[in-house]
Design a protein around this ligand. Structure first.
Ligand SMILES: Nc1ncnc2c1ncn2[C@@H]1O[C@H](COP(=O)(O)OP(=O)(O)O)[C@@H](O)[C@H]1O
Ligand SMILES: [Mg+2]
Length: 279
């Protein structure tokens, strides 16, 4: 087995195998972030039976930024992620990846290929396979499971898996069946699987829900280590966690942005206090 070499760090694009990802090449050529933002939402509206889940939402995320999104239940946080990833179509408004890619024109699977990874609340790893095999499958992309597992790994692919194991702190667990991992370890494995696709933008919905304090702390370190290499949007209720990772925090309420700033700034904002106290 090849030893981990810093040259093959997860975040480097050089050693990256983009074969099975036709659309990824399109992004490499076209993702225009000259204005410094990787994601723009403009006047986005989504209604469910007349109820406005998103109501003229405006938001943008900078390249390499780690943005935290907070807000009371029902504020529209998950719906916003659904719109970005193509699961829900907005009734109106614009959703752009870089300056030029209109995400509303793409399907869910295409958006993933464009370089937007999403971590749902529940971990969805292959429980019967080892940690290593899970990463191997994620690296192979949308090929059949058996073809992927049978294929001989190149040295480069091994290096990438080693780098991913190190990144998500699962080197010691590499040969464990994923079903036997703790909840936190499963979440890290899934983050590792998303990183295998080398996303430009990573969306995480309540990544530390159900984690122990020690796991939460490790997750904070992990996300901080990704900042700069990937752009991240993290929805989270755990304020200690938000405090550990946040630079800029956006508060959503009733489907639009209520406040934005440092955590201290938004926590001191009267309107934010009001929505959290439910007055
Ligand atoms: N598929 C759906 N059909 C009907 N209502 C929905 C649907 N998805 C979300 N909603 C409603 O939209 C609002 C925003 O939900 P959500 O985006 O899940 O909020 P958050 O993630 O901030 O808690 C809630 O009132 C929710 O009940
Ligand atoms: Mg939600």
């Amino acid at each position: 087995m090849t030893l981990f070499s810093p040259k093959t760090a997860v975040v480097e694009r050089e050693g990256w195998d983009g074969e099975a990802k036709g659309l990824a090449h399109l992004v490499d050529g076209q993702l225009d972030t000259r204005h410094g933002a990787i994601l723009y939402l403009e006047e986005v509206c989504v209604s469910f039976d007349g109820f406005k889940a998103l109501n003229h939402l405006n938001l943008d995320i900078g390249v390499g930024e780690l943005r935290c999104i907070i807000g009371p239940n029902g504020a529209g946080k998950t719906t916003m992620m659904d719109v970005i990833t193509g699961k829900t179509r907005p009734d109106s408004g614009a959703v752009f990846f870089g300056q030029t890619i209109d995400l509303t024109r793409y399907r869910e699977a295409e958006i993933a290929q464009l370089g937007i990874g999403r971590k749902f609340q529940k971990p969805t790893v292959f429980e019967a396979m080892t940690v290593f095999e899970n990463l191997q499958l994620a690296l192979a992309g949308p090929r059949s499971v058996w073809a992927s597992l049978r294929a001989r790994l190149t040295g480069e692919q091994r290096d990438r898996i080693e780098a991913l194991l190190l990144r998500v702190r699962l080197q010691e667990q590499r040969h464990r069946v994923a079903g036997l991992l703790s909840h936190g370890q499963k979440q890290w494995l899934e983050i590792g699987m998303l990183l295998a696709q080398d996303p430009r933008l990573l969306l995480l919905d309540e990544p530390v829900a159900g984690m122990t304090d020690a796991e939460t702390e490790k997750t904070a370190e992990l996300l901080l280590s990704l900042k700069g290499h990937h752009s991240l949007m993290v929805v989270e209720h755990d304020m200690a966690f938000v405090e550990a990772i946040a630079e800029r925090v956006t508060v959503l309420a009733e489907g639009s942005v209520l406040a934005e700033g440092s955590l201290a700034q938004v926590q001191a904002d009267e309107r934010v206090i009001e929505v959290y106290l439910g007055r």
